[in-house]
Design a protein around this ligand. Structure first.
Ligand code: ZN
Length: 426
């Protein structure tokens, strides 16, 4: 369906491209969390020029915040001509390391064949740019709108969001009294609505042994063999049990509809030698072995069950395995989050997708967590989705790109949603 708003958004193609390029060219790498102030100042200039009131907020004292790498966030708010509800677009400004394997400059933002290439192009500077163009164009066409529009650019999503959305939610910026609808333009594809995400539980497990001479291992106790027993329990019991569990959450890709666990790392015994060391190793029985685990769980699994399942296997080894000793240290946990399909923001964006793209939306949930968790748990705001342009599978990969047509289509969807939510119906 072609509307004056969608025509006006499509006419801003060049502006959308240059805005996206500008954002990609600010290398907001996290870690360490650099250039947050630069990108907030850029957004400040842009949005203030379009009539938004802006606030730059530093998340003092949050993980990673320092004089060298301050955690800056921006919230911009444009109030309409009449009272009404507030629609908030939240984008994280940080990007992950570029990694190897690029054929484009990761921060060059080169435009080629309708795609803009760069780290953060799809995750999620393209979504941020699309939401800015959608909001600015909506305001130009409907200057008498009701309610308010907010756009935030927030820090540290890639490292948990504690210096970004979590901090702002604690300060009340996502309270239901202030904000009624939240759209997070993460790259979930332009015809999909992401209702929420699975939970996560991260822990370190250390098995303990006793150091001795490597020629007489019977005089010590090998922590790596104990860890082998732990991994055997995981292979024989935990992984098969998790694979049988499925969820009603529409998680994509399909493989993530079961419980999963990754073993992120394993370290035991002597430290690995530097590459330039050409001496021979000494011989010791390792007295410690550590793994970190990344357990993703379903809305149907209580967090306590997730913990207890692992602990029970470890306790079982205490019984069956002489001298088995371990320590489990929890690193972090995040509960699943799931917005109701009948929530106002879901129904509105679903109809906007039908109107703009002439097809029904697909409802999905994310295998990993994103900032919706903080809006839900800290902000107590349930009316929140992720919706934005970009191919999810490209996130964090080399030669990440965002399609210009996809940004325009999703900006039209966001604009149509604003028309539904912020134009008085009489
Ligand atoms: Zn993201």
């Amino acid at each position: 369906m072609i509307t004056p708003l969608s025509l006006a958004i499509a006419a801003k193609r060049d502006e959308l491209i240059s805005l996206t390029q500008d954002l990609i060219r600010i290398p907001t790498l996290n870690p360490p969390g650099q250039d947050y102030l630069a990108i907030c100042e850029y957004l400040d200039r842009r949005l203030a020029a379009h009539g938004f009131e802006t606030q730059l907020i530093r998340a003092h004292g949050t993980p990673g915040d320092s004089a060298k790498y301050p955690r800056w966030n921006i919230i911009a708010r444009r109030v309409g001509a009449h009272s009404g509800e507030c629609v908030h677009f939240n984008s994280h400004t940080d990007v992950v390391e570029e990694g190897k394997g690029w054929t484009f400059d990761p921060f060059g933002a080169e435009l080629k064949d309708g795609k803009i290439y760069g780290r953060g192009a799809c995750d999620m500077k393209g979504g941020l740019a699309a939401s800015i163009i959608a909001a600015e164009t909506f305001i130009e066409i409907h200057p008498d709108f009701s309610g308010a529009i907010e756009i935030s650019g927030t820090a540290d999503e890639e490292s948990g969001g504690y210096g970004g959305v979590a901090y702002l939610a604690e300060q009340g910026y996502f309270s239901p009294a202030r904000v009624q609808h939240v759209i997070i333009p993460e790259p979930l594809n332009k015809d999909r609505i992401c209702l929420g995400h699975r939970g996560g539980w991260w822990a370190e497990i250390e098995t303990k042994g006793e150091i001795a001479h490597g020629s007489m291992p019977f005089l010590g106790d090998c922590a790596v063999r104990h860890m082998g027993a732990v991994l055997n329990e995981f292979e024989n019991k935990l992984f098969p049990a998790m694979a049988l569990r499925t969820t009603d959450m529409p998680v994509v890709p399909q493989g993530a509809r079961s419980s999963t666990m990754n073993i992120n790392s394993i370290h035991g015994g002597a430290k690995e030698q530097d590459a330039d060391f050409d001496g021979l190793p000494s011989h010791c029985v390792p007295d410690s072995c550590r793994i970190t685990i990344d357990r993703r769980f379903l809305a149907e699994e209580p967090l306590d069950d997730v913990r207890n399942e692992v602990t029970a296997l470890l306790e079982g080894l205490r019984v069956t395995r002489p001298d088995f000793d371990y320590q489990l240290t929890e690193i972090n946990s995040v509960l699943p989050s799931m917005t109701d399909r009948e929530a106002p923001v879901v129904r509105t964006v679903a109809q906007a997708i039908r109107d703009v793209m002439g097809k029904d939306p697909e409802y999905v949930a994310s295998p990993g967590t994103y900032d919706q968790k903080h809006i839900d748990r800290i902000g107590k705001l349930k009316n929140c989705i992720a919706y934005g342009p970009g191919v999810l599978e490209l996130a964090h990969k080399p030669d990440e790109w965002i399609g210009v047509d996809d940004m325009i289509d999703s900006a039209c969807v966001m604009g149509a949603a604003l028309e539904t939510l912020l134009l008085s119906k009489n």
